[in-house]
Design a protein around this ligand. Structure first.
Ligand code: ADP
Ligand code: MG
Length: 664
């Protein structure tokens, strides 16, 4: 125990020392002669108690007490004030006010001194212990607090990261068109995201989050598929990826791709299944359309190829039949036989034309014509097609509707439509043809062509109509619902081919029992070209004397052309391929008035051969023949303005064209 005694009287300090030596030998005494020095020593020595004299020069005991109690380092040291007079209550009050803990009065009673010191030290010790405990508690609290703060910071960071993840996730989910689902297989709880419900046409609160929501909307025919896919996935064999139909708000079925992933517990039991739902109806529709157009294209190529070769054969048959007709006496029996052959070949030519039309490789001779006029011209014929039980009505726009069309082909379209209408109205009805003007501006969703002005033909019947499954397939070649022998399934395919070749569009609108309406949109001819006028009478066939170089790889066509030309006075030089044409021309160039040449030939095509000839003789005249459409030929590098005659070539037409080019 350490005791600090502060007193200006040296004798007092000595007495105290002597007393303590006897009565408190365990105490060690530090002495100080002034208040200032005492305070300093108290700071340095940290005594267990201080004995402080009140009356001292300079700073007195009260002030020293105030200072010691005011300093955090010394405020816990008990102070015993030593007063000069035993009975001085005002001094005690003052001392207590300054913070003194106990009092002793002079002369000091040794028993009181010892008791006071012991009491003070006891108090200090227990206070110290308390303080220590409080301090360590405080330190602990502080430690805990900082630990908590740190933890809090980590948690806050985690929360921020979670929130960011959540936001990123929901942005991603919003970005996809998928609907999400989550099925707790233990509790049976089910979650369907708002998008999941939206895909079926419902708001979030309109469908229950329950497995039944899914199962009750599943197409009955797909239930087995769904079950099998689920079992196979849950047994770990496959991933869950299956296409299913679900019923939407309107009661229609949409096709969805359902993907998911299960979670299994440690015992291998499936506890959870979650995944996504995406609408594939649109994609499937587009795939179907693509397949459809590819099929049309493929069949078109086949048909076009066959028809092309067939055309050459027809050219020969028709040519010889016509020549026979010219040669035979007009009233004889044979001329009628020849006529029969000619008529039959005309029908056959119609068929090839149909095939070429469908394949869009039909030779097209577009003229600027009034659509209404075409309808009027074909009306009587259509009436024959539909028969007497069906009434034909026309509503034609009084204004002219100029279009660039091949008249024969548009007639073909109307005939095919009429034939189908007749078949759809077995017990009679009304067949209507109307014309109109249509400004495409994107507002009519059924119309998929570019903006612009169109002339429209609307062909309708009030027959039996057809469901959507059929109407979307009618343009397929060979699609027919008619019994074998009755339908070929080519009628609408040809219509489609012709309309598309005219850069037009066709739409169909039909319902079972409600009749059918076809709308055909043809681009309106905007240019100032004159409307085509049919020549009043056939001109007399003129004879010629010029030399014509004929190049054609098909021998029968070559021979026919040779015969026609020589019969009408021309000299003919023949060539079988492109190379030969160039050689023959080089040999006879000064004599040759015209080259009549097939475009598609072996060794060198007509275009290449003519290019070489032009180098030898820039003035050389050419007339090309071809079985292909002018579009197709142009894509093979033919210049505009070059004369072209389409196969099957009619002798009269050939002779007229030859004269026309020669006289230019
Ligand atoms: P086909 O007449 O030889 O069957 P099409 O290509 O002309 O071949 O027509 C295909 C199918 O389209 C028909 O079998 C029929 O089912 C349907 N169809 C075409 N036009 C009509 C119509 N006006 N009314 C009802 N069904 C039609
Ligand atoms: Mg038909």
């Amino acid at each position: 125990m350490k005791i600090l005694a502060i007193d200006d009287n040296h004798d007092n300090l000595l007495t105290l020392q002597a007393l303590l030596k006897i009565f408190m030998p365990e105490a060690s005494l530090i002495t100080s002669a002034s208040a200032q020095d005492g305070i300093r020593r108290a700071l340095m020595e940290a005594p267990d108690t201080i004995l402080l004299d009140i009356q001292m020069p300079g700073m007195d005991g009260y002030e020293a007490t105030r200072r010691l109690k005011g300093n955090p380092s010394t405020q816990h040291i008990p102070i015993i004030l030593v007063t000069a007079h035993r009975t001085d209550p005002s001094g005690k009050v003052r001392g207590l006010e300054c913070g003194a803990d106990a009092f002793l009065s002079k002369p000091i009673d040794e028993a009181e001194l010892v008791a006071q010191i012991r009491a003070m030290v006891r108090i200090k010790r227990s206070e110290d212990a308390l303080r220590l405990e409080r301090d360590s508690l405080e330190a602990l609290v502080q430690k805990r607090t900082s630990e908590l703060l740190l933890m809090n910071q980590v948690l806050t960071e985690n929360l921020a990261r979670l929130a960011e993840n959540e936001a990123r996730y929901s942005r991603a989910v919003r970005g996809t068109t998928d609907g999400l689902w989550d099925w707790n297989m233990v509790t049976g709880e089910c979650y369907f995201s708002p998008r999941w419900k939206e895909l079926l046409g419902f708001a979030d609160d309109e469908l229950e989050n329950h497995a039944d929501t899914f199962y009750s909307r599943l197409h009955p025919d797909d239930a087995a598929v769904a079950q099998e896919a689920l079992e196979s996935h849950l047994s770990g064999k496959t991933s869950l990826d299956v296409e299913l139909r679900l019923r939407n708000r309107e009661g229609g079925y949409l096709r969805f791709r359902v993907r998911g992933q299960a979670e299994w517990d440690s015992l291998g039991a499936a506890v959870r299944l979650s995944g996504a739902l995406s609408d594939v109806t649109e994609r499937q529709l587009m795939e179907e359309q693509l397949r459809q157009s590819q099929k049309m294209e493929a069949v078109g190529q086949l048909a076009g190829g066959v028809a092309h070769d067939f055309n050459n054969i027809l050219t020969v048959i028709a040519g010889y039949a016509n020549m026979l007709k010219m040669d035979l006496p007009a009233l004889g029996n044979e001329v009628r036989l020849a006529e029969q052959i000619a008529t039959a070949t005309e029908r056959a030519a119609e068929l090839t034309k149909g095939l070429l039309a469908f394949s869009r490789k039909q030779p097209m001779a577009p003229q600027k014509l009034d659509l209404g006029e075409i309808v009027q011209r074909v009306e009587t014929f259509l009436a024959r097609v539909i028969g007497e039980d069906i009434q034909l009505k026309t509503h034609l726009l009084p204004d002219s509707l100029p279009v660039w069309v091949d008249m024969g082909q548009i007639e073909q379209v109307l005939i095919n439509l009429a034939a189908n209408a007749r078949d759809a109205m077995e017990n009679g009805g009304i067949f209507t043809i109307a014309t109109g003007l249509f400004e495409a501006d994107g507002s009519l969703s059924a119309f998929c062509g570019p903006a612009g002005s169109y002339a429209v033909i609307i062909v309708s019947d009030n027959g039996k109509g057809m469901p959507a499954e059929i109407s979307k397939r009618i343009f397929e070649p060979f699609f027919t619902t008619k019994e074998v022998g009755k339908g070929t399934g080519l009628g609408m395919a040809i219509v489609y081919g012709i309309v598309r070749q005219h850069r037009g569009y066709i739409t169909v609108d039909s319902k079972p029992g409600d009749g059918t309406v076809f709308s055909i949109y043809l681009p309106l001819a905007a240019d100032g070209a004159e409307m085509y006028q049919e020549p009043a009478v056939d001109q007399e066939l003129e004879l010629g004397t010029e030399t014509i170089l004929v190049a054609e790889d098909d021998p029968s066509v070559r021979n026919l052309v040779e015969m026609v030309l020589t019969k009408h006075g021309y000299q003919v030089i023949l060539a079988e391929n492109g190379q030969e044409v160039v050689e023959r021309f080089t040999a006879h160039s000064s004599d040759i008035g015209l080259i009549l040449m097939d475009i598609i030939m072996p060794r060198k095509n007509g275009i290449e051969a003519f290019a070489e000839i032009k180098k030898l003789q820039p003035e050389a005249k050419v007339l090309f023949t071809s079985g292909y459409t002018s579009d197709f030929i142009q894509s093979r590098g033919m210049e505009d303005g070059v004369e072209l005659i389409m196969k099957p070539v009619q002798p009269a037409q050939l002779l007229r064209k030859v004269r026309e080019v020669l006289e230019r």
